[in-house]
Ligand binder design. Structure first.
Ligand code: ASP
Ligand code: MG
Length: 465
């Protein structure tokens, strides 16, 4: 069971999580808890490390550390009753606060911040959280032990900031945890691990889900539960479609299609170990524990509707490159995409029609300047004549594995929005047929999402007809 930062944002919430773990444990389940940092802490660590390296203000570091220490002391006193456990936990937090302060002051003097030091600094969010969560569990009379990802057996490459686990991780986790869970609820730091040389590494933002999936896969768990502050994966964004519903069950493939398109509930990469070992992943709401949540499984439950969800991705720009010389010229796409890759531009969606006279793709607004700058080098040659972009757009994705091989789905999608005179700017469907993505003007995005929710009966918009 993994708990996100919002689930353990303060001492009261940590107490609630500890109680929840106690109840499931007493029902006869063997559980490993994985936690993120207390809500907002990782961001704070990143920002302060950057500020320390740029401005070198030791006084700012000290102020930050006072606030950070207070946040964790408050959590201890709200989450833990047993005096002895309080003292032990405070002592552990003091030690870590002290180490962290020294590291940040070191960065002030050095004026530089390497990827390795960023990982070291940002690991403190989780390293400060686990003693408190574990202490809260022990305070309820359940045996518990706090471990770092490295101590639990997660060993990675030294690609700081985005480290990849080595294969032997799985065996090592099994060795450290399989005995322990018989009578303990171990609490493991999400997000952080260790390189082969024992240096702290991190698995990338949101990496706690990945830690949980690795641990679940290593122990061949019955299920991996990701406790968040939402009811599960939703049919659409409830801010756009007020009656959007949680999806009770979806397949790994659908979950992957959804998370790419801004569902933001989980990153596909994080559930890879679960997919590989065929372990179901459940997204549950920490604050409404009786709600079943969303179960993500290998098999596809036959569902009435072919479409499972409709999602929106904002803050994107279309770029269209064109030129008569592109027709039949081999290597144009390869050149364009490798130039963009070298410039660090992520491409969200691609479309080229069979005329080959133009190639359209979608990037995030924040990548636009880099993309245009990079494309200058291939512009105005014989092949590419023109590069045009449009910021006033959004991507809509219609997702469902049930669309595979079913005629008429695209017809319904475009008919529904066409009837309301919504213009489609760009379209892409992969041959897996699990996702139809298209681009519309920003102003058309919300009406289009609502129309599609009605068309596929995903939850109706009360303001519509
Ligand atoms: N604390 C880390 C982050 O904020 C990891 C996580 O929460 O999953 O990215
Ligand atoms: Mg835009």
């Amino acid at each position: 069971m993994k708990f996100g930062g919002t689930s353990i944002a303060d001492g009261k919430k940590i107490r609630h999580v500890a109680k929840l773990l106690k109840d499931y444990h007493e029902e006869g389940n063997q559980i490993v808890a994985v936690t993120s940092a207390l809500g907002g802490v990782t961001d704070g660590l990143f920002n302060n490390a950057i500020e320390a390296s740029r401005k070198g203000k030791v006084s700012h570091v000290k102020e930050f550390m006072v606030d950070l220490a207070k946040k964790h002391y408050d959590a201890i006193s709200d989450a833990i009753d047993d005096e002895k456990i309080i003292d032990e936990t405070v002592e552990q937090i003091d030690t870590r606060i002290d180490e962290l302060e020294k590291a940040l002051i070191g960065i002030c003097y050095l004026g530089e911040l390497t990827p390795r030091s960023i990982d070291y600094i940002s690991s403190y969010g989780e390293r400060l959280a686990v003693p408190i969560v574990s202490g809260a569990i022990r305070s309820l009379g359940i045996r518990s032990k706090a471990l770092t990802g490295g101590e639990a057996g997660i060993v990675t490459t030294d690609e700081y900031g985005n480290a990849r686990p080595l294969e032997r991780t799985y065996g090592q986790i099994k060795q450290t945890l399989s005995q322990l869970i018989e009578d303990h609820v171990p609490v493991v730091t999400g997000f952080i691990a260790e390189s082969e040389n024992g240096i702290i590494t991190t698995l990338g933002r949101g990496g706690s889900d990945f830690s949980a999936a690795m641990i679940g896969a290593s122990l061949n768990a019955d299920e991996i539960w990701l406790w968040k502050e939402v009811h599960g994966i939703m049919t659409s964004d409830p801010k756009i479609v007020p009656n959007a519903k949680p999806i009770p069950q979806i397949s790994y493939i659908e979950a992957m299609e959804l998370s790419y398109f801004g569902a933001k509930v989980l990153h596909p990469r994080t559930i890879e170990p679960a997919i590989k070992h065929g372990i179901p992943v459940r997204v549950k709401n920490t604050f409404d524990i009786n709600f079943e949540g969303t179960l993500i499984v290998a098999d596809q439950r036959p569902s009435e509707s072919v479409v499972k969800a409709v999602t929106l991705i904002r803050n994107v720009t279309t770029i269209n490159i064109s030129g008569a010389g592109m027709v039949g010229t081999i290597g144009t796409a390869a050149r364009v995409f490798s130039i963009l890759a070298d410039a660090g531009v992520n491409i969200i969606m691609i479309s080229q029609s069979s005329s080959e006279a133009n190639l359209s793709f979608v990037v995030e607004d924040s990548d636009l300047d880099d993309a245009i700058e990079a494309l200058r080098s291939v512009m105005h040659n014989d092949v590419i004549r023109d590069v045009v972009h449009n910021k006033d757009v959004c991507v809509i994705a219609v997702v469902g594995a049930g669309m595979d091989g079913i005629p008429g789905v695209a017809g319904r999608v475009f008919n529904a929005i066409g009837q309301k005179m919504i213009n489609v700017i760009m379209i892409s469907q992969g041959s897996s047929q699990h996702n139809i993505s298209f681009v519309v003007s920003e102003k058309d995005a919300v009406p289009a999402i609502q129309l599609l929710n009605r068309e596929f009966e995903l939850g109706t918009d009360p303001s519509g007809e």
